[in-house]
Design a protein around this ligand. Structure first.
Ligand SMILES: [Cu+2]
Length: 375
């Protein structure tokens, strides 16, 4: 790469020197001189010929450069889409690209070729061609139709992407914080995320889960990976705890800002499991990845989360193996209102819940109650 830039730099420097040299000789030509032998026309002819050829050569080099850079950087383009809408947005991206490239090559080829072909020649007079309605209509209507076609097809895909998620979508909450992603699942019992309140956030309850809402009893969290099922719509509920972050899942073509105080969302349907992607790429180490694309502070670069796409059975099995937040942090049973305690209790580890039952008995009936219960 450095070599190419070096060569280009030398080429441009040589060209600059040559152009400057030409300018000098041109100036000599138009300056009044003592002898009448110098011919102005000859200099102008030379300069115009040089510029004409230079235009032509420049365009040929540019075309080679454009094609070369496209092929060279191909592997750095976005990876193949692994979601339903991703394939559609990619399709329209490449259609737009094709149309733009055709326009680019036609217009610029003509521009540089005409600069070369119609360079100044002695005795050639330019045609005065002030107006042509037919031409005006053609070059307005054709691009307008093409652009409208692109805009409307893009708009259709965009409204599908931004529409409400299907009712059966798997709901997953993802929250950005300096510096990492945290994930919350609605649990296996109700598939409903419990309410949250930022005022309840503390070192353990990072989500600010509101345990006064019974939907939150079976919610579980993760800060190491996100699991989702293949072939099923997944609704990401996105939020940020401190500053702006942005959820980016390149393979899924998912990208949405995470804004403090303003929940956002994005739903998508994965089409490929992690295992399928690994087999296809021949790379057993491969993983889908969630990254942050909003520079959010010193360790922004480290805001990554592994995304595991698996078949529904494996996904459901994984979900059942996860322990609810309440089970991991039994102390939080105190935050549950009295009328819901019995319901919440079944999520606690066995020994914790018996202890609590005993403690409550003691609190209500005194020592005698417990003794009676033990008899
Ligand atoms: Cu970030």
């Amino acid at each position: 790469m450095a070599i190419i830039i070096g060569i280009l730099a030398i080429v441009f420097i040589v060209m600059t020197v040559m152009v400057l040299g030409k300018t000098q000789s041109l100036l000599k030509g138009i300056r009044p001189t003592d002898s009448e032998t110098s011919s102005e026309g000859e200099y102008v002819d030379d300069a115009n010929n040089f510029n004409g050829y230079a235009m032509f050569v420049f365009w040929v080099i540019s075309v080679v450069g454009v094609v070369w850079s496209f092929l060279y950087y191909r592997e750095d383009f976005l990876p193949e889409a692994a979601s339903v809408h991703g394939k559609e947005t990619d399709y329209w991206f490449w259609v737009s690209m094709a149309v733009i490239m055709v326009g680019f090559f036609v217009v610029n080829s003509l521009l540089f070729f005409f600069a070369y072909k119609y360079r100044f020649k002695k005795g050639r007079v330019a045609t005065f061609y002030p107006h042509n309605n037919k031409l005006e209509v053609i070059w307005t209507v054709i691009p307008a139709i093409i652009m409208a076609g692109l805009v409307f097809s893009g708009l259709k895909v965009w409204t599908d992407v931004m529409a409400d998620a299907p009712a059966d979508a798997e709901v997953v909450e993802i929250m950005g914080k300096q510096f990492g992603w945290q994930v919350r699942y609605p649990g296996v019992d109700d598939n409903k995320l419990g309410k949250y309140n930022f005022k309840l956030t503390d070192a353990t309850n990072e989500f600010g889960i509101d345990l006064a809402d019974e939907n939150s009893f079976d919610d579980f969290t993760s800060n190491t990976e996100m699991h989702i099922p293949v072939g099923k719509p997944v609704l990401l509920k996105i939020r940020a705890r401190d500053v702006l972050h942005s959820v980016f899942i390149p393979h899924m073509r998912v990208k949405m800002d995470a804004v403090p105080g303003m929940p956002t969302k994005f739903w998508f349907t994965p089409t490929q499991t992690t295992d399928q992607a690994r087999a296809e790429l021949g790379n057993p180490e491969f993983d889908f990845e969630i990254a942050c694309t909003e520079v959010c502070g010193r360790s922004h670069f480290a805001m990554k989360l592994r995304l595991i796409v698996e078949d529904e059975a494996t996904y459901n099995k994984w979900k059942r193996e996860q322990k609810p937040f309440l089970a991991m942090n039994p102390d939080y049973i105190e935050k549950v209102p009295a009328n819901l305690k019995a319901k919440a209790m079944k999520y606690l580890p066995v020994e914790e819940s018996t202890n609590l039952v005993v403690a409550e008995d003691e609190a209500t009936a005194g020592g005698a109650g417990t003794q009676a219960a033990l008899k």
